[in-house]
Design a protein around this ligand. Structure first.
Ligand code: ADP
Ligand code: MG
Ligand code: MG
Length: 193
């Protein structure tokens, strides 16, 4: 169940993890992209934390919407609008459900509608998709999350910058899949699952 309290904890833990792993995320993106994913994500989560301090939203829907706007507004790369759309789609249904699986499903649909990626395209969708399935089955664990991120390694990228490399994108983890793994690891730690 997503509440105002565990949502705020989730976002705080996500911001911490992104800061801790900023260099690693950029290294992953250096191999198959343009090397900015760690910095893009830090800019995004810092903007989220600043907006929360300033506005102090009082409902889950308002908080999710503020997250979305901060990410869409402040992150230059492809990942900002994609994560932002996910939070925006969650915000849209948050007044009618607090069910985590339903909320994450809406987020995933937003990412796919915007970015047109399907599973196996070597994107963040490769983590979001199995996480949503596991959440629906009430079986989300760290193992599910990290296995999903790890599974992007052999794939050939079909979407985003990494797809410009064709076959040469194989053999590397997808940076957005790894940042999504931090997102869901933070969700577990926040106790929202
Ligand atoms: P940019 O590629 O613009 O520099 P980032 O480096 O911040 O942006 O983000 C790259 C990540 O975005 C990729 O690793 C991938 O997970 C994700 N991504 C890129 N394009 C798509 C897409 N069309 N659908 C889903 N995820 C995508
Ligand atoms: Mg990049
Ligand atoms: Mg970039």
């Amino acid at each position: 169940m997503l509440t105002l309290e565990n949502l705020e904890t989730w976002l705080t833990l996500f911001d911490e993890k992104i800061h801790q792993h900023r260099d690693y995320l950029s290294e992953l993106d250096t191999a198959i992209g343009d090397g900015d994913h760690g910095n893009n994500m830090v800019r995004g989560t810092e903007a989220v934390m600043a907006a929360l301090q300033e506005k102090q939203p009082e409902t889950v829907a308002d908080m999710l919407k503020l997250v979305a706007m901060s990410l869409i507004g402040k992150v230059g790369g492809a990942s900002g609008p994609l994560y932002g759309t996910a939070f925006l789609e969650m915000a849209k249904i948050a007044n009618s459900t607090d069910n985590l699986a339903e909320l994450l499903q809406a987020g995933l649909e937003g990412i796919q509608k915007r970015g047109k990626a399907v599973p196996q395209d070597k994107t963040m969708v490769d983590v979001w998709f199995p996480v949503v399935e596991a959440a629906k089955a009430d079986a989300l664990t760290e193992q599910t999350i990290w296995d999903a991120a790890e599974a992007t390694k052999p794939l050939v990228a079909k979407k985003g910058r990494a797809s410009y490399l064709g076959e040469r994108s194989a053999g590397h983890l997808d940076p957005g899949a790894v940042s999504s793994a931090y997102l869901f690891s933070a969700l577990l730690e926040a106790g929202a699952v």
